[in-house]
Design a binder for this molecule. Structure first.
Ligand SMILES: Nc1ncnc2c1ncn2[C@@H]1O[C@H](COP(=O)(O)OP(=O)(O)OP(=O)(O)O)[C@@H](O)[C@H]1O
Length: 363
């Protein structure tokens, strides 16, 4: 289950810096808006301390984290820049969620492309750019279905109607995610992969001294977004990127504490991405490997088995399930079995976060 998050934002707001906080690939940060059109890509481990707790009870050869793919998408140029715009669109379309980085720090030596630091204006600017691109997609499709609708094709008529609602909605500066159409009618825009339907997490990239509580800029962002179904995170990108470069875990911890933090911002970001996308984690535990897997909330046991391998879904017989807390309280599979805490579940079982699964299958 590949989860892909794209980092977006205006030029020079700190996208690459945030990307570097998250990844071990140290991409080049820029002092000027390069518009190089190149995206940095990195696969990062989803931090989950439960893996190490499990290892205490089940010695194992290796621990495997589940991963998230992060793409650092180059600064969004305003409508008009053709070729580069297409690359941007393709990058964003491929993402499950977007991380919108906002400049919330002052630095006179680093001019903001709009002349001043104003993250709320920046949100509106980026939203507008995304809406314009969605509008272009909608209008293209409207032209296509219009003819068929005119000659009386029923489905085309319905499509025309739905697309027109999207058009009006976007034209009044609203994101497609809030369009007032029935769930089943959204099929008419499915093939367009509209940009403003993607879940967004906002990162206020603040100065070092605001790492814990944020600042005036981030307060304005929170106020502006208070009624939106989103998450606003505060990350002091520059210092966190520097800390993440330190080799020793101990040093990283000590430096984070100096800034007043108990964990790196990347952990918060990944948790936010999981929650906004309704993702959860289950485990497989054995002497060869202890491994975390990503699933959608509400998946049945065979569907979760399918995350491991399609054969396991196809040939699913049953799942043996232990709850993480039972396992670490009782200390072993044997103890769970004896205490009736190893459950045998069938095809309709809904897997929960932290479940330890053993899939019985036959293909
Ligand atoms: N929280 C921060 N405090 C101070 N300076 C910062 C902070 N975050 C980033 N910077 C600085 O801002 C500059 C631009 O950062 P970065 O290259 O990450 O921006 P970007 O959005 O990726 O730019 P581009 O659009 O050109 O790709 C860098 O010099 C970086 O060190």
């Amino acid at each position: 289950m590949g989860l892909k998050c794209g980092i977006i934002g205006l030029a020079n707001v700190g996208k690459t810096t945030i990307f570097n906080c998250m990844s071990s690939t140290k991409a080049q940060t820029s002092v000027v808006a390069t518009g190089s059109g190149k995206s940095n890509l990195s696969t990062i481990n989803v931090p989950d301390d439960r893996l190490y707790v499990l290892e205490k009870f089940q010695p194992t050869e290796k621990i495997v984290h589940t991963t998230v793919e992060i793409v650092d998408i180059p600064g969004l140029s305003k409508t008009g820049g053709k070729g580069e715009g297409n690359k941007f669109l393709a990058d964003v379309r491929n993402c499950d969620a977007l991380i919108h980085v906002l400049r919330c720090f002052d630095d006179p030596s680093l001019p903001h492309i709009e002349g001043s630091v104003d993250p709320v204006r920046d949100i509106e600017t980026v939203n507008f750019e995304l809406q314009v691109r969605d509008l272009e997609s909608i209008e293209k499709k409207l032209q296509k279905v219009e003819k068929a609708a005119k000659v009386g094709d029923k489905d085309a008529k319905k499509a025309f109607e739905v697309l027109s609602i999207y058009k009006n909605h976007l034209e009044s500066f609203q994101n497609a995610s809030t369009v007032p159409v029935d769930e089943q009618d959204k099929k008419y825009v499915e093939d367009l992969f509209l940009l403003t339907t993607k879940p967004v997490i906002y990162v206020c990239n603040v100065d070092e001294s605001s790492a814990v509580d944020g600042n005036e800029y981030s307060n304005k962002v929170k106020e502006y977004l208070k009624n939106e179904d989103t998450e606003v995170l505060i990350i002091a990108g520059k210092i966190e990127a520097e800390i993440s470069e330190l080799d020793s875990e101990e040093d990283r911890k000590a430096f984070l504490e100096d800034v007043g933090l108990t964990e790196p911002g990347v952990n918060k970001l990944i948790r936010a991405a999981y929650s906004i996308l309704n993702l959860e984690t289950f485990f497989t535990v054995g002497p060869k490997e202890i491994r975390a897997w990503t699933m959608k909330k509400g998946m049945t046991a065979p569907q979760a088995a399918g995350v491991i391998h399609s054969d396991l879904e196809r040939g699913f017989i049953r799942a043996e399930v232990m709850k993480y807390n039972d396992f670490i309280t009782l200390g072993s599979e044997q103890a769970c079995r004896e205490k009736g805490k190893l459950y045998v579940e069938g095809k309709n079982y809904i897997v929960e976060d932290g479940d330890i699964l053993h899939i019985r299958f036959n293909v």
